[in-house]
Design a protein around this ligand. Sequence first.
Ligand code: SAM
Length: 224
Amino acid sequence: NDAHFPVPLSPDHVDWAAHYPELHMAAAAAGVPPPQVEFADVGCGFGGLTIRLAEAYPDKLIMAMELRDKVTEYVKERILALRKEQPGKYQNCSVVRTNAMKFITNFFRKGQLTKLFFLFADPHFKAANHRRRIIQRTLLAEYAYLLRPGGLLYTITDVEDLGDWQRDRLEAHPLFERVSDEELESDPAAQLLLEGTEEGQKVARNGGKTWRHVYRRIPGPADQ
Ligand code: SAM
């Protein structure tokens, strides 16, 4: 129930310094504006991808978003433990409990994100639940708004029909174009999609197949 967690009115109402304290203190000491989040891991689960991204992209800020309270707490503790064990590292990742389908635009500004991840995120793969899916026409408009032109939206699922459906929605959207497998070979983030998360590892262990679709946000009339 959304009533049980606070929703920021706008990105300005998020306590970013509490999420990334060392980076904020360093920026303040240097007299420069604090760095902004560029990557969002939507439906982060136990946080495997976010942690791996923090390691692979030490200069980027990553925000994990998770609906379940206990799971969010787990990820929070996991990040704090890593920060303690390895001082100076993992300062660039954090987690927030929220319903990203409802509130993602309360957290980020237009064009702020360069990577947006949806890994095994969608439980609603039954036909009757189209409107509740995390990749769907109206939500793609919001994701396009948040992604900077050139930014990438990553999806992966172990449900073939859902993968096809996500691909078809992205194909149909005028602000997204497919990124080729060739191009993804040199993209470290794309390589993390399978092995980087708990769900991906589980699928791999069970010998399951996955469907990965990555799309680039292309410039549109509103970007001029
Ligand atoms: N991405 C992780 C991975 O690959 O291991 C977790 C996958 S798990 C199957 C899907 C997660 O998405 C769950 O933890 C669920 O609580 C979360 N989730 C589903 N809908 C969400 C929403 N609207 N906002 C935020 N998180 C959501």
